[in-house]
Design a protein around this ligand. Structure first.
Ligand code: ATP
Ligand code: MG
Length: 414
């Protein structure tokens, strides 16, 4: 690998790519604010423990995907692979437990060492939301409604399906776990090596295996919903009724389990057919045990994260960029006047372009290239009369405008 290439799985974001990212992030920030979520930016690296302990030591993320290194001080730190653990850590270390319910949203880079492919990078970006301290189905309904809202706002309605499952409470999970162990043990020899290990440490994880042979075995496995106790069923019904009341359609997916250990009750994903194998654009669930597991007070939580790269790939045309005003000095003699005018207009709120050299023809070409709406041409006569020649670039129509009235005229073409 040449050191002059970006590291495998990382990308430079520029031009339309970064505009797509910013569009996703800014629309999300605006919608999240309507729901009362405030922004949080946790560090992009944390003590390794923050992730290793919470995500679970049999998850793909912890076993294979983390960027972990030792600092000069000898501490083990990890580039964050996801956002929830950092938010939970902040909740505890900032002592926020008296302030629940709390609503946070975030956006930023995440890092996972996995095989790069379309829709799968080693540095990627997520937007996400977390609702802390709301143990009732109302909370699930709100965060899912927020997810649904941002996807609609991005014009993805119709391209995306909401899939849901319930992982139940602890009792239900223990009951199902045993049934699953009994079933999978019959296929132990046919499971992948990873799944054999999962079977011993955390059998639920086998349901989420990407291995084809594992998937075949999982297809006939007993299903979670059949082992939910009454309380878990009631909870899930509350979530479903709430979504139905809001007109948010969903599909039940009994095999949906999330890739991370700390989930309970509701698990959900928004998926699309439009991205090939990387079809999950947004995923989340309830994690009532997480904060306590990390050493904080028992605190309910529910949240989700969406991949910005995957969302960006689904966006249609970008809105057009604001068209600048181009200032064009005819000759060297007018350059200084032009420069001053550019400065004045920029300070008065206009988006102004000026070529850095060349004759009038070359500068005109540049004005067209930057899609300027008007050109302000400054020649000898214009300087003498304290005016400019204003040319509308779409029609070619020209008129003389005095310097004093210039801003008022330009306001017409914003
Ligand atoms: P997958 O099954 O695709 O590996 P995941 O279950 O690991 O996804 P989550 O941890 O739930 O993903 O992350 C939420 C979202 O973040 C995903 O739905 C996806 O849109 C995005 N995402 C996750 N990993 C990557 C990656 N390596 N590159 C780009 N986007 C990603
Ligand atoms: Mg993954």
């Amino acid at each position: 690998m040449s050191t002059l290439q970006p590291v495998r799985g990382t990308h430079d974001l520029m031009f339309d790519d970064i505009r797509r990212h910013r569009l996703v992030q800014s629309k999300f920030a605006a919608i999240a604010a309507r729901y009362g979520y405030s922004e949080i930016a946790t560090p992009i690296f944390e003590a390794t423990e923050v992730f290793a302990r919470t995500l679970g030591d049999t998850t793909d993320i912890v076993t294979k995907e983390m960027y972990t290194f030792e600092t000069k001080g000898g501490e083990s730190v990890t580039l964050r692979p996801e956002g929830t653990a950092g938010v939970a850590r902040a909740f505890i270390s900032e002592g926020l437990s008296q302030q629940v319910p709390l609503k946070f949203f975030y956006n930023g880079p995440m890092f996972r060492h996995e095989r790069p492919q379309k829709g799968r990078q080693r540095q990627f970006h997520q937007i996400g939301a977390e609702l802390l301290g709301v143990p009732t189905p109302q909370g699930d309904v709100e965060v899912i409604a927020l997810a649904d809202h941002i996807l609609h706002e991005l014009g993805l309605k119709g391209k995306i399906t909401l899939e849901m499952n319930s992982l139940g409470d602890l009792d239900s999970r223990l009951a199902y776990r045993q049934v699953l162990i009994d079933y999978l043990s019959g296929y132990r020899d046919k499971l992948s090596a990873d799944s054999r290990e999962r079977l011993d440490k955390n059998p639920l994880r086998v349901l989420d295996s990407k291995d084809e042979a594992d998937k075949e075995i999982v297809r006939n496995a007993p299903q979670f919903p059949d082992y939910l106790n009454q309380a878990s069923c009631d909870f899930f019904k509350g979530v479903q009724d709430g979504l139905t009341a809001l007109g948010i359609a969903f599909k039940l997916s009994p095999a949906l389990v999330r890739g991370i250990d700390y989930y309970s009750h509701t698990a959900f994903e928004f998926t699309t057919d439009a991205l090939g194998a990387q079809g999950t654009v947004l995923a989340g669930g309830r994690y009532d045990g997480l904060i306590q597991e990390m050493g904080g007070p028992p605190t309910a939580g529910i949240g989700w994260a969406a991949g910005v790269e995957r969302l960006a790939m689904l966006l249609g045309d970008l809105p057009p960029l604001a068209r600048p005003v181009a200032v064009i000095p005819v000759g060297e003699a007018e350059a200084a006047v032009a420069q001053k005018l550019v400065h004045r207009l920029r300070h008065n709120g206009f988006n102004v372009d000026i070529g850095y050299g060349g004759n009038m023809g070359k500068r005109m070409k540049r004005a067209n290239k930057v899609n300027a709406v008007v050109a302000l041409i400054i020649g000898e006569d214009e300087v003498k009369n304290s005016a400019v020649t204003l040319r509308l670039l779409d029609s070619g129509e020209q008129s003389s405008v005095s310097m004093a009235e210039l801003e008022a005229r330009l306001d017409l073409y914003r």
